[in-house]
Write a protein that binds this ligand. Structure first.
Ligand code: NAG
Ligand code: NAG
Ligand code: NAG
Ligand code: NAG
Length: 510
């Protein structure tokens, strides 16, 4: 069944038994699903269909959004004819096992909280539910900035003393934590008890910095490295008092920004500085504290630093042993092929790779929000598939919601987000990027294992075995032409699928 966005009613009829469907709104740039206090599309929890049935969820440029259909496996015989015809066959191999999946999510930035607070509580709840609940896309990962970021209304740290305060006697959480973060994080965790958080710092107090500024060419002064580690520990203490505990901590957001003197706040860590930071300060401080089980996530920066940056850092065994995860951002993926991820995985199989930030609209020629952009949603899905095929255990988006201008951001670094909140209209828009991430996050729970799948030239694909033994396959067609394929599981049979142009498909079977 193909339902195009010809009207709200058609979709409602098609979706009678499937939960509330998308209320589409068309822009020149594409289609969004509109939510207001009284209406928001919902995705019912995954139903387990018995063998030999399977279900298919489709999104596409024409306006389908996780549209559910079902079918029955057809017999498939491994004979010569089928092998000769295998041009269109995509084979699942459940016995070829790779990494275990940790999860998918986004970041609790000040901008997210500010935008939530700009609408009434019932609508805030719909945003949080869209991301975290069983009727949403079931995010189970959250990134929490330690203090401010460029997506705050001003630069700030937790100890903005005019004079040095090495004992951190003035350390305290900011108003922003109380107003824009804590209660939303707690609510998200109520909606999904599987939610796990990791923290990253952008901004160190000016008195700690070589350039006495939050951004620019600066780093934490040598004499304050331990203070900066203590500062991290104090953050975990304060959040613990608020009943919020963490799973991981990165070594700091994008240390490379300050090597270029960017106006985005950051702290420089060259290889030698990173070794000293992890080996003599952050590592021992975390491991000797009550937070000793935190995953320490190195890099938190672009692929271009792989594998050489971690090679150099890991050349010291002590330092290498402090690190659990190599955290990677996506911004330069177009120019750096994913084989660098394989190099890291092959050399350090015990270190896990994870995506810790991504967003679109960050480039000069494509700044800010583009409502309904299918192409942007397509870039997300393509990246998730590629990263997972190259050993990522999870993928984390940036701001979970922005305003219609792609802010607020005090340095005007406006970008895009999977949810755009229009407070004046009392509504929010779910962009294709939201559904792209949902094609994975909703169906691939923590503990799923990536399994084997044959790769085709025109179709990107990845597959998983869920902890409940369900199989999930995600197939992406980014081309202008449809492709008919046969998905083959030798123990089940075959599924014939027509993958339309610019479509994303998730298949689930037990
Ligand atoms: C909310 O959205 C629904 C579906 O698009 C629409 O029928 C309804 O009028 C909207 N309600 C308000 C208060 O805007
Ligand atoms: C499968 O799809 C058919 C046709 O759309 C529908 O009538 C039926 O309820 C679906 N079965 C399940 C278990 O969802
Ligand atoms: C934290 O949890 C304790 C025990 O459940 C509770 O008494 C306290 O009110 C909570 N604090 C906050 C800030 O939620
Ligand atoms: C490795 O790093 C640790 C912690 O920084 C340091 O104490 C030790 O001297 C280093 N070892 C070598 C061989 O450089």
């Amino acid at each position: 069944m193909t339902v195009r966005v010809t009207g709200f009613f058609l979709l409602l009829i098609a979706g009678v038994s499937l939960g509330q469907e998308c209320a589409p709104k068309k822009y020149d740039t594409g289609i969004v699903c509109v939510c207001n206090v009284s209406y928001c599309d919902e995705l019912p929890p995954l139903k387990k269909l018995d063998q030999p049935q399977y279900q298919v969820f489709t999104s596409n440029q024409d306006g389908l959004r996780l549209h559910r259909t079902n079918g029955t496996f057809q017999p498939y015989a491994f004979n010569l004819l089928n092998i000769l015809n295998s041009l269109n066959t995509i084979q699942i191999n459940k016995y070829e096992r790779y990494q275990t999946i940790f999860g998918f999510g986004g970041a609790f930035t000040d901008a997210f909280g500010i935008n939530l607070q700009s609408v009434e509580p019932a609508l805030q709840e719909k945003v949080l539910s869209s991301y975290f609940s069983k009727s949403g896309i079931e995010y189970n990962v959250g990134r929490v900035p330690i203090g401010g970021t460029d997506f705050s209304t001003k630069g700030y740290s937790y100890d903005d003393s005019d004079t040095p305060d090495p004992s951190l006697s003035l350390f305290k959480l900011a108003d922003e934590d109380y107003r824009y973060k804590l209660s939303y994080i707690r609510r998200a965790r109520e909606l999904n008890q599987e939610l796990k958080l990791f923290a990253s710092a952008w901004i160190a107090p000016k008195w700690m910095k070589t350039n006495h500024a939050f951004s620019g060419f600066g780093r934490v002064k040598d004499e304050y490295y331990q203070t900066w580690a203590n500062y991290h520990k104090k953050f975990f203490d304060e959040y613990k008092k608020e009943n919020i505990t963490f799973w991981g901590v990165t070594t700091g957001n994008e240390p490379s920004l300050s090597m270029f003197g960017s106006n985005i706040p950051s702290n420089r860590f060259t290889i030698e500085e990173m070794k000293r930071w992890v080996g003599d300060h952050l590592g021992p401080t975390i491991r000797q504290s009550e937070y000793k089980d935190l995953k320490i996530m190195v890099l938190d920066d672009q692929r271009v630093f792989l594998p050489w940056f971690v090679d150099a850092v890991f050349s010291n065994e002590t330092i290498k042993n402090y690190i659990d995860i190599v955290a990677v951002h996506w911004y330069w993926d177009d120019v750096i092929l994913p084989f660098v991820l394989d190099l890291v995985h092959t050399k350090y199989p015990e270190k896990l790779l994870m995506g810790t930030e991504a967003c679109v609209g960050d480039r000069v020629w494509e700044k800010g929000v583009e409502l309904g952009s299918w192409q942007r949603g397509e870039r997300y899905a393509f990246s998730v598939i590629q990263d997972i095929q190259h050993h990522f255990i999870g993928w984390t988006d940036w701001n979970m919601a922005l305003d219609t201008k792609g802010g607020p951001t005090y340095i005007n670094n406006n970008v895009d987000s999977p949810i755009i909140i229009n407070s004046a209209a009392g509504e929010f828009y779910k962009q294709p990027m939201y559904y792209s991430l949902g094609h994975f996050s909703k169906f691939v729970p923590r503990g799923s294992v990536r399994i084997g799948i044959t790769q085709k030239q025109f179709i990107s694909s990845t597959a998983f075995l869920r902890p409940d033994q369900g199989v999930v396959v995600v197939l992406q067609n980014r081309g202008n032409f449809g492709h008919n394929i046969e998905l083959v599981d030798s123990e089940r049979g075959k599924i014939s699928l027509s993958l339309g142009p610019h479509s994303l498909t998730t298949v689930v079977y037990y």
